[in-house]
Design a protein around this ligand. Structure first.
Ligand code: ZN
Ligand code: ZN
Length: 326
């Protein structure tokens, strides 16, 4: 009995600690959208490579997900924003201020490094004003170091934005609609491996170009029920700014990454649902793409080594969906 338990425990640990020194590891901290679903927080993705821990977008609850992963909030080495829609930045003040508190799970002791589109620096300046009382109180009362609540923020242009410890992060412009500019996706390269995050975008060949030969492509998708747009016309705009499953599939077929994962899953129906029904999403994608596909869930992780391995929230291996034989 104990021997079996030991074997099982070892197997579990091996699956959790599958990453070796040269692997890239990607963890979905938030696969959702503004919809306040309990199981899918809004956009946030963690990429670990060598000593770098890079956070892409600050969706609602990204602090909670990092805490679940036992990663101190203050241990993030750099933060990147795809665009300034609220579902990508509402978690910023939480990450910033909670990450500053002197605890084993936070304790940032250096300025918070952030790269994002034009408006990012202004947002950090305005947040500093908005939370000036909390900053004053904690410096005086808890003696927190002022340097830990400082920002090192940068408004970026497309191109290489970060190059440290062998990890290169390149911003690519994507098409999230005429009025939502600039909007970026990101390419993360490390030790010959490549991960691409689409950011929020409708069909854009630039994502396919960036993801050609990638190990992992994390792409957004939107399914909006037609009857919803009748009662809430803004859903027409939302639909126009995102990728349908068919369009996402076209991008995947052009890029042919080793593995494709859906995250930032817009799923809107007249009667809101707590969980996204995956079958319809996958079936529609299969009309244009037949390669390996995973519908992302919060806390899923992907280890990018010679192969790309996927794991569920508890470290259990997850198999990619393959297309049915024709
Ligand atoms: Zn957006
Ligand atoms: Zn979004």
């Amino acid at each position: 009995m104990w021997r079996w338990l030991t074997v099982l425990t070892l197997a579990f640990l091996q699956s959790v600690v599958a990453a070796s020194a040269n692997d890239l590891k990607v963890t979905l901290l938030g696969t959702g959208t503004p919809t306040p679903r309990v199981g899918s927080f809004s956009a946030s993705t963690l990429v670990e490579a060598g000593p770098e821990k890079l956070l892409f977008d600050f969706g609602r609850g990204s602090t909670i997900r990092l805490f679940q992963k036992h990663i101190p909030l203050g241990a993030i080495t750099a933060h990147f924003i795809t665009h300034l829609h609220s579902d990508h930045v509402v978690g910023l003040p939480d990450m910033w201020l909670t990450g500053w508190i002197a605890t084993p799970w936070a304790s940032r002791k250096s300025p918070m490094v952030i790269y994002g589109p034009a408006g990012t620096v202004a947002m950090t300046q305005n947040l500093t004003k908005a939370f000036s009382e909390d900053i004053r109180i904690r410096e005086a009362d808890e003696h927190l170091p002022p340097v830990g609540v400082a920002f090192d923020a940068h408004d970026i242009e497309p191109g290489l934005v970060y190059d440290k410890n062998g990890v290169k992060v390149t911003a690519i412009e994507v098409n999230h609609g005429e009025k939502i500019k600039p909007a970026f996706g990101y390419v993360i390269a490390y030790d010959g491996r490549k991960v691409v995050l689409s950011g929020d975008t409708k069909y854009d060949g630039r994502v396919a170009n960036a993801a050609r030969g990638a190990d992992l492509l994390v792409h957004e998708v939107a399914v909006i029920a037609p009857e919803l747009s009748k009662s809430y016309p803004s859903y027409r705009d939302i639909e126009a700014h995102h990728s349908s499953p068919e369009d996402a599939g076209r991008i995947f077929s052009l890029a042919k990454p080793k593995l494709t994962v859906y995250s930032h899953i817009v799923f809107a129906t007249l009667k809101p649902v707590q969980d996204v029904p995956e079958d319809a999403l996958v079936q529609r994608t299969r009309t244009t793409y037949r390669g390996p596909l995973i519908v992302g869930h919060d806390l899923m992780s992907f280890v990018v080594g010679d192969a790309v391995s996927a794991f569920g929230p508890n470290g259990e291996p997850v198999k990619a969906l393959e297309a049915e034989p024709r």
